[in-house]
Design a protein around this ligand. Structure first.
Ligand code: ATP
Ligand code: MG
Length: 273
C-alpha cells in the first residue's frame, strides 16, 4: 500500500513537471445586466494536473457548477481563460465556443443521472451513441465498445438492454460515467454525482471514481458540498463561498488546519462528525 502511494506520488510529480493539464485562470461569470447583474463566480483560478483528483466544495449557490461548466466548455466566462494541455481553449474574448475537436477531452457528469440520459434510449444505445459520435465507429462495433464500457462500470448486458427508468439511481449514475468515458477523456468533472443516490450506491460510485483516478490515471474534479466525500477522493481542494475561492490547498491540510472561517463551518457540518 505504502509503495503504491509512493508510486502515485512520483507519478504526480512527473505530471506536475509537464505543466498543468487543465487550468481555469481568473474565471468570472456574471449573469444578468446592469442593476440585475450577479457574479456567480469571481476571478476563480483552478489548476488540475494529469492523474490527480481535485475537489471543489462550497454550499449551495456558491458557484461550483457554474465554474465547472466553464471548465468543460458549456458556459462562456465573462472574464478569464481556460487552458488545456498548454493551449488556450476558451476565453471571454474568444468569438467561438470550445472547438468540438477539443471538447471531448473534458467530460462532465451531473447531479441528476436521470435528466442526462434519454428516457427513450436503451442504456447501451445511450453509450453506443456517444462512442459513435466520438470514434466514428460502425454501429456494431460501437455496441461492443458500449457494452465493454458498461461492464467496467458494473452494468450487466441484461441491465444494458433496459431503459434508464428500470435502473436504480446508482446504476444510472454509473451509466452516465460510462457515457462520459466513451470519448476517452483526460478529465472527468463529477458534479455532486452522489447526491441523489443511497449510501451503498454512493460508496460504490466513489470507489469507482477512485479506481479510475488511481488505476487508469484519469484526472478528476469532484464537486460536492460534503467535505467528507471530498476528503475520501481528492488530494487537493478548492473551497468556494459566494462565487469566490476562499481557500485552496492539500485536502488533508485544509481539513486539519482550515485557514478560513467558512472552511471551518463546512468541516463542522460533516455528517457524523
Ligand atoms: N443561468 C443562470 N442565470 C442566472 N443565474 C444563475 C444561472 N446559473 C446559476 N445561477 C446562479 O449562480 C449562483 C451559483 O450557482 P451554481 O449552480 O453554480 O451553484 P452551486 O455551487 O453549484 O450550487 P449547488 O450546490 O446548489 O449545486 C446561484 O445563485 C445561481 O442561482
Ligand atoms: Mg451545483
Amino acid at each position: 500500500m505504502a509503495a503504491l502511494t509512493a508510486h502515485a506520488g512520483e507519478k504526480l510529480q512527473e505530471n506536475a513537471a509537464d505543466g498543468p493539464l487543465l487550468e481555469g485562470k481568473d474565471i468570472s461569470v456574471t449573469f444578468g445586466r446592469g442593476t440585475e447583474a450577479f457574479d456567480a463566480v469571481r476571478a476563480a483560478s483552478v489548476t488540475l494536473y494529469g492523474g490527480e483528483a481535485v475537489g471543489i466544495v462550497g454550499e449551495s449557490g456558491s458557484g461550483k457548477t457554474t465554474l465547472a461548466r466553464v471548465l468543460v466548455g458549456l458556459q462562456r466566462p465573462s472574464a478569464g481563460e481556460v487552458w488545456l494541455e498548454g493551449e488556450r481553449l476558451y476565453s471571454a474574448a474568444a468569438e467561438r465556443r470550445l472547438p468540438r475537436s477539443e471538447r471531448w477531452k473534458t467530460q462532465m457528469i451531473f447531479q441528476d443521472p436521470y435528466s442526462s440520459l434519454n428516457p427513450r434510449m436503451r442504456v447501451w444505445q445511450a453509450v453506443a451513441e456517444a462512442v459513435q459520435v466520438w470514434h466514428n465507429l460502425p454501429r456494431a462495433a460501437a455496441r461492443v465498445e458500449a457494452l465493454r464500457l458498461l461492464h467496467t462500470m458494473g452494468i450487466s448486458d441484461d441491465q444494458a438492454r433496459q431503459f434508464p427508468k428500470s435502473l436504480s439511481g446508482g446504476q444510472r449514475q454509473r451509466v452516465s460515467v460510462a457515457r462520459a468515458l466513451a470519448p476517452g477523456p483526460k478529465v472527468l468533472i463529477a458534479d455532486e454525482p452522489t447526491s441523489s443516490i443511497d449510501q451503498s450506491a454512493q460508496a460504490q460510485l466513489l470507489n469507482l471514481l477512485r479506481h479510475l483516478q488511481s488505476e487508469r490515471g484519469l484526472a478528476i474534479i469532484f464537486i460536492s458540498h460534503d467535505l467528507g466525500l471530498v476528503r475520501y477522493l481528492t488530494s487537493r481542494v478548492y473551497v468556494m463561498q459566494k462565487g469566490d475561492i476562499v481557500e485552496a490547498g492539500e485536502t488533508q491540510a485544509v481539513m486539519e488546519q482550515p485557514q478560513h472561517s467558512y472552511t471551518q463551518l463546512l468541516i463542522n457540518s460533516i455528517p457524523g462528525r
